[in-house]
Ligand binder design. Sequence first.
Ligand SMILES: [Zn+2]
Length: 308
Amino acid sequence: MIKVCLPAIALLAVSFTLAQAAECGPDALGVSRTLKVGTEGGLKVGWKTYPDTLPLADHEVILTFDDGPDPKTTPLVLDALKAQCVRATFFAIGRKVDAAPQLARREVVEGHNVALHTYSHPQPTLRYMPEATARADILKGAVAVERAAYGQSFPDGDPDDLGKLKLHAPFFRYTGFADTADLNAWFAKDRVAVFSVDLWASDWIPMTPEQELKLIFSRLDRARKGMLVLHDDKPWTAAMLPKFLIWLKARGYRVVEIEAGPGHGPVEKAPPGWRSETGRTIDSIRPRWVKAAARRGVRFKVKPAPQE
Ligand SMILES: [Zn+2]
């Protein structure tokens, strides 16, 4: 029997958000609306990988950050978001959350979601791990997030399944967008949504903040809307963010925040002719992964990509 103790941190987050909203003048970018995302029966969103995404109007964006929290760069990212009263979703790495729990807590207190991105960020991705090892890594990451960010305690021991955790932000992003059919089914059973993305900044490649700013807007202005992924552990992204938020406002973009809601969805279908972009990318680097797995003495087979 798992006892879950819910803390006062949720109340703290609400009161902080209200105080923050009062501080934000008309010049701040702010959040234009909240989109409730129902994860009942699972959900897979983000046109880079899936034919569904979260529905947005023209010039609406959802901001997501992966691979934090990082003691050097995440505080800068949080400062920039706070200055513009913007709220985002952080897909945090459990190992980093354990190393910097106060940053994960700060994210929640400042009104952001802290969602899941595995414990160890395994290379080369979960497709190379036996199912039980992959599940254990994801679960350990989820426990780290719930404990540090949301203040859950588990007096009878850590939960041994996702369904036994009361996830505050039941959203998961695969490392390298490399999903598997078995893990997708597990997430669906436990009402966890799988997040790919609509747009990325390619900020895993080192670049100057100016280059990154130009690159994002060239992509965003073409798409006119979408869920964007940035990496809060990259110094060029942290440096670029204050100007990026100002430019969003100047160009008429509005930020939509997400939170877990009832039911399933909503989703918007991709236009005709849609194809998974991450599937092609993953296939193209597959030979390198196979070699790397062999070097690490990994004997099990690489799991295939889901077919549907
Ligand atoms: Zn990542």
